[in-house]
Design a protein around this ligand. Structure first.
Ligand code: CA
Length: 82
């Protein structure tokens, strides 16, 4: 998808139309996205997609979604341990 953008940068409006037509909804097919299957939501975007952990979890949605500790995240402890 990025290739298309670079190729037609001088015709940006046309490019965006082209992307809209050629965009794949990666979220429809499990094999097409890397969002964690049971812990994250997949959101389709133009030319790509994003992942977000489900409510009550934190992380990037692709490699990790960890349960939020009861009472919230202790960021001081997190900073010390990582
Ligand atoms: Ca997409």
């Amino acid at each position: 998808m990025k290739k298309v953008l670079v190729q037609c940068r001088s015709h940006l409006v046309h490019c965006i139309e082209l992307l809209a037509i050629t965009d794949v909804d990666e979220c429809v097919t499990d094999a097409a996205h890397e969002c964690l299957k049971d812990l994250a939501h997949c959101f389709n975007t133009l030319g790509s997609y994003t992942c977000a952990c489900k409510y009550g979890y934190y992380g990037d949605g692709k490699t990790s979604c960890l349960p939020l500790p009861a009472g919230g995240l202790n960021l001081d402890a997190y900073a010390t341990n990582h």
